[in-house]
Design a protein around this ligand. Structure first.
Ligand code: ATR
Length: 274
């Protein structure tokens, strides 16, 4: 089999083995995808072990995504811009790094028929999840992206790092100082971990245009407060489960050279979780 893994700390909750097993079954490929717990100070050591055991690559999750980029010998532009990698591939002496989180989000927006091109988009947060999404979001060609974050300096740094890319794509990319500025958006993306910490983000009403859309990068109970807010706004809401399956599909096709259909896998996962 092609041996693959997801490496994180913690890792027990990961849905990735389930998702990749479903992809492999769908395409009739022989894949062995495991969840691997790395010690907090032992990520590089764990990756070396996987390489020597003949793994073809691994996904990387919290808290190792920046470290994964740093240890790679070759990195994609989108991983470099994100400052983090969620996918590593091992080919001879090469360890390549990529970041499929952002295209996962963009593909899921497309699947949900949430329009991006020419639209005004608000991104909430400026941490790792938002950094991973930014380059593919810009490449999808919205008219405008505003970044709002509790710590304004992190929003500024994220915007600065993507300024040249945004200019190339004609995207008006800026930070937003206050959610109460009166500006309205076609879509809002929640990339904060506020709800995971138990304190849901306080969002004002009237941020979204009628018929707008709202996507959370997390799923399950942590997404509920944001989805409730979206419903109150009269917007279409979506959690992060689709993004999870889409980023996995992109990683799978990088390793195996064949792209699985994420739709039935997402449906099965949603049924299992409900
Ligand atoms: P991740 O990898 O999940 O993105 P992260 O890099 O720690 O994690 O980023 C977490 C994001 O959620 C940040 O934008 C953070 O805001 P700060 O930069 O100000 O820390 C945001 N966040 C976390 N808890 C929050 C809260 N209670 N209210 C508002 N924003 C919060």
């Amino acid at each position: 089999p092609t041996r693959l893994a997801v490496v994180g700390h913690p890792i027990g909750h990961s849905r990735s083995p389930r998702i990749h097993a479903a992809f492999a079954e769908q395409l009739g490929l022989d894949v062995d995808y495991q969840a691997v717990l790395a010690p907090l100070d032992g990520f590089a050591r764990t990756v070396e072990r996987l390489r020597h055991e003949g793994f073809a690559g691994c996904n990387v999750t919290l808290p190792f995504k920046p470290e994964a980029l740093a240890l790679a010998t070759q990195a994609s532009a989108r991983a470099t811009l994100a400052g983090a990698a969620n996918t590593l591939g091992f080919e001879g002496d090469t360890v390549w790094a990529d970041n499929t989180d952002g295209v996962g989000l963009v593909y899921d927006l497309v699947a949900a028929r949430f329009p991006l091109a020419g639209k005004r988009v608000l991104m909430l947060g400026a941490g790792g999840a938002c950094a991973g999404a930014m380059a593919p979001l810009i490449e999808a060609g919205p008219a405008e992206i505003r970044v709002f974050n509790r710590s304004a300096d992190k929003a500024t740094a994220l915007v600065e790092r993507h300024r040249a890319l945004a200019q190339r794509h004609g995207v008006n990319l800026k930070t937003l100082g206050s959610l109460d500025s009166g500006a309205v958006y076609d879509g809002v993306i929640n990339g904060t971990s506020a709800a995971l910490g138990g304190t849901a983000l306080a969002l004002p009403r009237g941020l979204l245009k009628p018929g707008g859309w709202a996507v959370d990068m997390v799923y399950g109970a942590a997404a509920q407060p944001f989805l409730d807010w979206a419903a109150a706004e009269g917007a279409q809401g979506r959690d992060g489960l689709g993004m999870l399956v889409q980023q996995a599909a992109e990683a799978f096709s990088l390793w195996l050279g064949q792209r699985p259909d994420p739709v039935p896998v997402l449906a099965a996962l949603r049924a299992e979780l409900s």
